[in-house]
Ligand binder design. Sequence first.
Ligand code: COA
Length: 180
Amino acid sequence: MEGLSTTSRDRTFVRITRLARGDQQTVREVYQGLSETSRRLRFLVEMPAEPPATVLRLLAETDRVNHVAYVATAHGRPVGIGRWVRDRHDPCIAEAAFSVVDDYQGRGVGSLLLHQLMHSMLYAGIGTLVCTRDPENSRVERLLAPWGGTRTWVDGVIEHRIPLQWSASNSTSVPEARCA
Ligand SMILES: CC(C)(COP(=O)(O)OP(=O)(O)OC[C@H]1O[C@@H](n2cnc3c(N)ncnc32)[C@H](O)[C@@H]1OP(=O)(O)O)[C@@H](O)C(=O)NCCC(=O)NCCS
């Protein structure tokens, strides 16, 4: 599934590739494309316009096993990153997070990243995707809603839990979510 794809919305060609380990430059470019509001929605706290060095390092420190990230590239520039981080206590659960630069939001990039994350989670033996969002983040709600699962309020944020499984017997198809 990795490779050239097209957004469902405006047919912009988007390439989805794995973020190379330590690629802080790509992480920085996507971060710098987020508005103040988008940064807060992504990190659930106010964040500065320039990414702090520790945040950059952590976000770029993927390992292909417990921390996997994918980059969406359009018109020669990175426009989004989606990642999952395996739960320390339960290896069958992973937390997903997304950043799409403001001028590409609402064009289907987040959906492409979500599909890629779901595929790679299934290949990694992960059966539950967790995503924590600000209650006002209705776009993430709309992004995740078709996949069902549950929503729980936890300390002022909403935690989505989406069970994953392969659809039919076709391992190349889009994963199917079991609707709760
Ligand atoms: C949240 C975010 C990642 C979503 O990415 P995006 O590229 O904007 O999202 P998409 O365009 O793929 O999908 C969202 C839209 O597609 C629609 N959509 C996606 N899949 C769908 C489906 N299967 N069926 C129906 N609608 C669907 C949603 O209704 C939504 O519509 P909207 O334009 O009215 O909001 C992005 O907006 C972002 O980075 N925001 C700031 C940071 C943030 O909030 N991060 C998430 C915290 S984990």
